[in-house]
Design a protein around this ligand. Sequence first.
Ligand SMILES: [Zn+2]
Length: 178
Amino acid sequence: MRRAINALTPALRSPVFRSPPRPRYIAYTAAAIFPFSLFSTTPNMSEQFKVNKSDAEWQAQLSPEQFRVLRRQGTERPGSHEFDKKDAAGVYTCAGCDAPLYTSNQKFASGCGWPAFFDTVPGAVLRREDNSNFMTRIEIVCANCGSHLGHVFKGEGYATPTDERHCVNGISLNFKGE
Ligand SMILES: [Zn+2]
């Protein structure tokens, strides 16, 4: 009897082994629902940006947390950065290349836990579709060096001139007061 059960075991198990691993199945389903998931959103640094550095060069320049956010599309913990509530007059520049990205006049209190801006220094920020984490969002990056800033959301009802919220990691920015 025991031998008979053992003989059956491989047959019982085989459908499990033939099933695709669960993460791949979820990714496939997301791709079916959101066809743009099939296209990579990874920036091609060498072709698009004036400042073009290797990962080793970025790691030498940035802190490990900055590298994770700016160069690996990471997100800082909400409410963790002093720029979230900063309202001094000045310019916010890219922590990767120092290009001016936002002014304090474009900043507003969104309550979301990250610095929020309703507009940018003209031409300073590029947008790219981001399908990571099973969502479709618009990623924003520095137009000069391609460093990840955060995401932009539209139509949330904020009383700002654009009704857009550039949700930016504070660690992606430096501040220069007036
Ligand atoms: Zn930059």
